[in-house]
Design a protein around this ligand. Structure first.
Ligand code: G
Ligand code: G
Ligand code: MN
Ligand code: NA
Length: 254
């Protein structure tokens, strides 16, 4: 498509920017970090979410170029926010193309070091579907390397992908992110509540953190809290924010 043909140019021109969606810990009522989500600040189309350029994530060069510009800007923002009240942890969505690269973990560490950042400040999010696809072993090796270097790994869209529970035994990860479809259905379906409750128990038994995504209402927040899931993300707390809006949001939240 015409949009896809202009994406490489848009990336080179710095039009792909990370927007930051905060993560809230209900136990402390403190913000604990952000998820970085790509947005295309298109010169004529306004701001586009990846839904408008999702083909890019299936094309190796474009997918890696999106990751590269996201990593570059996220690390720059983290460095700029150092010493402020802004939580110093960001997680980043990556693709199979990143994880198949043998130098991805080492390059990411180098990038953090260049900016004077600790690897503990960055998390990687992968979907279940990504890690069970072709070259799964290579990707597991990269995730293992990332964790050895101090990065954290979250399994995104948990419960909707193709990962069987077996994968939880072998997958090197720190966090499960409950897909927002579960959160949406929570108040209308007691079965959904039972499934979420067992996800929380499972995460606890495996020593993993668990995050509920897509919390949009007070009622959903309270339902999630009642299921002992303490880390939440969603429009109720905030939509993804451009970097410039983050300091004011953090200040208003305190
Ligand atoms: O933010 P939004 O709902 O528009 O994101 C749509 C999809 O695009 C989600 O699945 C999200 O994980 C993915 N996505 C958003 N930003 C990035 C990114 O920087 N890299 C990758 N690989 N996926 C992203
Ligand atoms: O696949 P992943 O979980 O990375 O994608 C997160 C996507 O969900 C992003 O596109 C983000 O904009 C979107 N999102 C975040 N919070 C909410 C929410 O509360 N409601 C809805 N509908 N979408 C959300
Ligand atoms: Mn994600
Ligand atoms: Na998700």
């Amino acid at each position: 498509t015409r949009l896809m043909q202009s994406l490489a140019g848009g990336i080179a021109a710095g039009e792909i920017k990370p927007h930051y969606q905060p993560l809230l810990d209900l136990r402390t009522e403190q913000l604990v970090g952000f998820e970085a989500l790509a947005r295309w600040h298109h010169p004529t189309e306004s701001i586009l979410s990846p839904a408008h350029f999702s083909e890019a994530f299936d094309e190796p060069d474009l997918a890696r170029a999106v990751s590269a510009t996201m990593i570059d800007q996220v690390t720059a923002d983290l460095a700029r926010w150092r010493g402020t009240a802004i939580p110093s942890h960001v997680s980043l969505n990556v693709t199979a193309f990143d994880l198949r690269s043998e130098c991805f973990a080492a390059e990411l560490r180098q990038k953090m070091a260049q900016r004077g950042l600790s690897t503990k400040q960055l998390g990687i999010e992968v979907t279940e579907t990504t890690v069970v696809s072709r070259d799964g072993e290579k990707m597991v090796a990269t995730l293992t390397a990332l964790r050895q270097l101090g990065f954290s790994v979250a399994l995104d869209d948990f419960g909707t992908g193709f990962a069987s529970l077996t994968h939880l035994i072998t997958l090197p990860c720190d966090t499960l992110k409950i897909d927002r479809t579960f959160v949406t259905d929570l108040d209308s379906s007691s079965k959904t509540a039972a499934v979420v409750r067992s996800m929380v128990t499972l995460a606890g038994a495996l020593g993993l953190d668990i995050v509920a995504e897509g919390v949009e209402t007070r009622a959903e927040l309270e339902a999630i809290r009642a299921l002992d899931c303490h880390l939440v993300q969603g429009y109720l707390i905030s939509k993804p924010l451009p970097a410039e809006a983050v300091p004011a949001f953090v200040a208003s939240f305190a």
